[in-house]
Each structure stands twice: as structure tokens, then as C-alpha cells.
Design a protein around this ligand. Structure first.
Ligand code: ADP
Ligand code: ADP
Length: 542
């Protein structure tokens, strides 16, 4: 038993290495007997962006519902609600005392961005303008629309927006309101790096210039690092209990989270550390060519968008990273390879069998996960498949669920498993990191790499999380141009050249954290930023 329950654990909780001090106290909230319990609360601060870093299912939404005054915490006494007075007593003398007093008095207003923006069209009928106009409480909407490049879709129906457009509209709608407290549950899914950095700047300005309290949950570590003033780590056993630590500095919070050991708490949260080795960029070893494709172009309609592809080759058994802004032709290129699209000029006769995971995962039939996956591969359930696919993608717990009941992150993991389980010449994964938490990203990344190494499979991965790309790719293909107008697809390059090309377009440089070698975005125009730009080294320094 883990110490919460005396009898056999009803959650099948895996071993807990040592019992956190917090669990000896009463929780902030418990949903019921043997139900999820939350320990600790994040402390929003005026004029600051506070982050929460941790896995999904650990109680972040529960904490926010409490801070928003929607859920009256029961201090663990689920059969008799103690009431706000007693809750306030419990927080007297802590950073949260004033905040909780305001919540008790009904004085806290909250603006909130949901995690799964894909669900917004089910809740709203109308176009972008209609959705945004009702949120314009600070007079900031026009500027948000401009900086988030929402202008072109203002008169489009919400039903017709892409995931990236929905994400930007949802961010604008949240930030345009005039409330005391802002909560954003994941800002980066479906956004490219330029858009991620813009969103981070807008959120920071809201705190710094308007003095607002902002709380964010985010799994792209480079962006989390850029966004926050302080950070709470969340840990525990998803679905069983969650602990939210007292605030740490952002750098220490991320480093301790990765190391698996929380220093102040004297608490090991994971048996091993997540390493960001400062490896030299991978250099391609000699491999055979899988395909060679020629120079080609593809235009849509009356030349509304044109993609120019510089010819190149894809090597057998490599992981080729694909980076570039949204709307620049990456999916178009993928469809030229599969033969689903004919090029406007140039010949392709590649005849490749491609297993494709699209960016927006739409598997939501009424079918169980195990039935779905066993229909794709006869390897389903073999010990090799279990070790290489099911375990790293954490599928065991969701095998008996229906696809239509899965959360966005669960659906993503099933879709990655389905893609890798198919037999194909080429595996193409579009944004596998979306909605995965940090550990799931690391594990999914290693499953994809191992698939390439062990099956000699060739993998193309489009992703906007620089850590994921760095951990995964052997070579890089960089797209640039003007989104929705024209795109250029460069030939595959070695990692160093590719990262330099890509980040030079964005004018972003990375340094390495001294302790963990984790890449961090440099402050624009800082000494390091200027030096690295002068030397043309945007990412790798070894
Ligand atoms: P996160 O936001 O970190 O993903 P949540 O706060 O949404 O986590 O949920 C934490 C746990 O609490 C989950 O296991 C969830 O199923 C459970 N939970 C959430 N709401 C309720 C509720 N009203 N009754 C019982 N359990 C709940
Ligand atoms: P990315 O994958 O880099 O986001 P895409 O290849 O999906 O980019 O799209 C590039 C541009 O082409 C976008 O402006 C998109 O709206 C446009 N586009 C994509 N498919 C079509 C189509 N079938 N007809 C017309 N325009 C399209």
C-alpha cells in the first residue's frame, strides 16, 4: 500500500518511493471515499505569471476550480463540507490567505482557456468576430487580433478553423477579458514556434503591464521557461492523488522536475532523471537511400498558395525532423510523398507506402482501444509490442476504454501507437507532442527513435517543440516563406545547419542550462544572443 489507503490500493498505484510529508496532513480536497485527493494549491500573485509543471490527471484543474471559487474545498471531509471559514483558517498565515478571503467573498473573477481547444466548436455557433467581440473588456482585442494574426479568419465560422487558429482565438478571448485571475491550460498545442513565443510575450505583458495574476500549465519546457516568474511542481499518482509544491524559481523547478528529485521537499518523484544530453548534433552515418525526390512545385487554386520543393533524398532508417511555421506547406509536402496530391510541376512516382499520423487526431469511433489497435497489427499484445509500443506510450490503463471517451493526450498516444504499429515504408508523424506531458513526450520520443533503430524504419516527424526535435531527429528539413502565400521546402540537412537555418529565420538563439544542459531560449539582444547570432550558432554550442 502507498500509505493513503490501508487496504489494497484501489488505484493500482505503482510503488511510491517515499511518502511525501504533505500526505500526512489533510488534503485540500477529496472527491469522495477512495477518490482523487489534492494536496497543496498554487498561489497566484499579482503581476506575475505562475506556472504548474507536472503530468496530466494530477489535479491541476481541480486546483484552478478551487481558486476560481467554483469548487468549495472540503479539506478531505467529503461527507461534510467544512465551509469557506474553516478553509480560510487552514490557510491563515500562508501566501494564499488574502486570495482565499477574496474567493470566499465572491470577489475573484476568472478568465480561463480550456486545454482542448478542439471542443470549442461544439460549444459556440458563430464566427470568430462574434466570439471575440463579447470578450473585449480591456480594449485590448484589436492588438491581440493583430499580434496573433487572427485577422484573416475574423469572418470565418468557428466550425471551420484549424486547431492552430482555434488555439490563437482561444488565447485572444481569454486575455481580452478584464478579470483578476487568468488561467491558461496549455498554450502551445498546434502553434508554431513563432506563435508560441508571441503567445508567451502577450501573457507576460498582461502580468507585467496590467498587474494581473496569471496561472499557466504548459509542457513545452522552452516556452514554460520563457513564460513564468515562479513555478509549482505537481506530482503524485495520476487519478489517485496529486501534490502541488510551494513555488520554486522557474529554473530550479524545471531542473528538479527533470532530475526526479525535489530538493525542498526532499522527495523523489521518479526513479530516474530525464536527461537532456548536450550531445553534438547527430551526423548522418552512411545509409542507403529510401527515396530520391526531384525539384517540384504545388499550387492550389489560382496560385493562392504555392509550395516550391527543393529535391532531396530520404535515407533508410533515419528520423528526419521537419520544422517551419504553420501554413507553409509541410502537410502538402507529405501528401506529395504519399501520392495523395499531384505536383503542379515536377514528376513524382514514389509509390511509397506511408503510415501517417495527422496533426489533428480524429479517431473517435465507438470502439475499444484494444480492438482498434489489434485491427492494425497482428503483433498486438506480443511481448515485443508491449515493451516497445504499449509501455512507453502508457496504453495499458486505457486499453479497455472507448476511443470516443479518451482525453486529447490519450488519443494522441493511441494515434502514435497506431501509426508505428502499421507496416509501411515511411512513418510520418505530424506533431506527436501535442497534449502530451513532459514525461510522455520523452517516452514517446524514445519509442519513435527505437522504432527507427530496431525496425530500420524511416520516420518523418513534424513538431514545434525544439526539445522533441533535438531528441529525435538525425537530420532536418526546414520550410520557410510566407504562410498561406508561398512556401519553400529546403533539402534535408545535418542537424547543426538545419537548426541554424531554422532559428535564424525566427531570430531565436538557445543557450544551455549550466546544471542540466537543457536548452533555454536567450533573452533577445542579451550578450549571449548577440554573440551567438554573430557566430551563426543558434542552437548547438559543442
Ligand atoms: P488535471 O487537470 O491535472 O489533468 P484534474 O484536476 O482534472 O487533473 O483531475 C484530477 C483527478 O480527479 C482525475 O483523476 C479526475 O478523474 C478526478 N476528478 C475530477 N473531477 C472529479 C469529480 N467531480 N469527482 C470525482 N473525481 C474527479
Ligand atoms: P502546414 O502543414 O505547413 O501547416 P499546409 O501544407 O497544410 O501547411 O498548407 C499550406 C497552405 O496551403 C495553407 O495556406 C493552406 O490553407 C493551403 N491549402 C492546403 N490545402 C489546400 C487545398 N486543398 N486547397 C487550397 N488551399 C490549401
Amino acid at each position: 500500500t502507498c500509505g493513503i489507503c490501508v487496504e489494497k490500493c484501489p488505484f493500482d498505484a505503482i510503488e511510491i518511493i517515499n511518502l511525501p510529508q504533505e500526505l500526512e496532513d489533510d488534503p485540500v480536497h477529496r472527491y469522495g471515499e477512495n477518490a482523487f485527493s489534492l494536496y497543496g494549491l498554487p498561489a497566484p500573485q499579482e503581476g506575475q505569471v505562475t506556472g504548474i509543471l507536472g503530468p496530466n490527471g494530477i489535479g491541476k484543474t481541480t486546483a484552478v476550480r478551487i481558486l476560481a471559487g467554483e469548487l468549495e474545498p472540503n479539506l478531505g471531509r467529503y461527507d461534510e463540507s467544512p465551509g469557506w471559514e474553516e478553509v480560510l483558517d487552514a490557510y491563515r498565515g500562508t501566501e494564499l490567505q488574502d486570495y482565499i478571503a477574496d474567493v470566499r467573498d465572491g470577489d475573484v473573477t476568472v478568465s480561463r482557456k480550456p486545454q482542448y481547444v478542439d471542443q470549442i466548436p461544439n460549444q459556440f455557433d458563430g464566427n470568430t468576430r462574434e466570439l471575440l467581440e463579447r470578450t473585449d473588456e480591456r480594449g485590448a482585442l484589436d492588438s491581440l487580433v493583430e499580434r496573433l494574426s487572427i485577422g484573416p479568419v475574423m469572418d470565418q465560422s468557428i466550425d471551420d478553423l484549424s486547431g492552430g487558429e482555434l488555439q490563437r482565438v482561444a488565447i485572444a478571448a481569454t486575455l481580452a477579458r478584464d478579470t483578476d485571475f487568468y488561467f491558461l491550460d496549455e498554450v502551445t498545442p498546434y502553434l508554431d514556434i513563432g506563435q508560441r513565443v508571441t503567445a508567451a510575450r502577450l501573457i507576460r505583458e498582461l502580468a507585467e503591464e496590467e498587474g494581473k495574476s496569471v496561472l499557466v500549465v504548459e509542457h513545452d519546457l522552452a516556452i514554460l521557461d520563457l513564460l513564468c516568474d515562479t513555478l509549482h511542481v505537481a506530482y503524485g499518482e495520476p487519478g489517485a492523488y496529486g501534490v502541488i509544491t510551494t513555488p520554486k524559481s522557474v529554473r530550479n523547478g524545471i531542473n528538479e522536475y527533470l532530475s526526479g528529485y525535489l530538493e525542498n521537499e526532499n522527495m523523489r518523484i521518479r526513479p530516474s532523471q530525464i536527461e537532456f544530453e548536450e550531445h553534438a548534433p547527430r551526423t548522418a552515418t552512411h545509409r542507403d537511400t529510401l527515396v530520391e525526390y526531384p525539384d517540384m512545385t504545388k499550387s492550389y487554386g489560382d496560385g493562392e498558395f504555392e509550395l516550391a520543393v527543393e529535391g532531396g533524398e530520404i535515407m533508410e532508417g533515419e528520423v528526419l525532423g521537419i520544422v517551419g511555421p504553420n501554413g507553409i506547406g509541410k502537410s502538402t509536402f507529405a501528401q506529395l510523398l504519399t501520392g495523395d496530391l499531384e505536383p503542379t510541376t515536377g514528376e513524382t512516382d514514389l509509390d511509397l507506402d506511408i503510415s501517417y499520423k495527422p496533426q489533428y487526431v480524429t479517431i473517435d469511433q465507438h470502439m475499444r482501444v484494444d480492438v482498434f489497435l489489434s485491427s492494425i497489427t497482428d503483433q498486438f499484445g506480443s511481448s515485443h509490442w508491449n515493451t516497445e509500443i504499449a509501455q512507453p506510450l502508457q496504453l495499458e490503463r486505457i486499453m479497455e476504454q472507448n476511443l470516443s471517451d479518451l482525453s486529447g493526450g490519450e488519443r494522441q498516444r493511441v494515434a502514435i501507437a497506431a501509426c508505428l504499429s502499421d507496416t509501411a515504408d515511411l512513418y510520418l508523424l505530424d506533431e506527436p507532442s501535442a497534449h502530451l506531458d513532459v514525461e510522455q513526450r520523452v517516452q514517446a520520443t524514445s519509442a519513435i527513435r527505437r522504432h527507427a533503430e530496431m525496425q530500420d524504419a524511416t520516420v518523418l516527424v513534424i513538431d514545434h517543440d525544439t526539445y522533441v526535435i533535438d531528441l529525435l531527429a538525425d537530420r532536418l528539413m526546414v520550410f520557410d516563406g510566407e504562410p498561406a502565400v508561398e512556401g519553400r521546402a529546403g533539402t534535408p540537412q545535418p542537424m547543426r545547419e538545419g537548426m541554424n537555418d531554422f532559428l535564424e529565420n525566427l531570430e531565436i538563439t538557445f543557450r544551455r542550462d549550466k546544471r542540466t544542459s537543457r536548452p533555454r531560449i536567450n533573452k533577445p539582444d542579451s550578450q549571449l544572443d548577440r554573440e551567438q547570432k554573430r557566430e551563426g550558432e543558434y542552437y548547438y554550442s559543442v
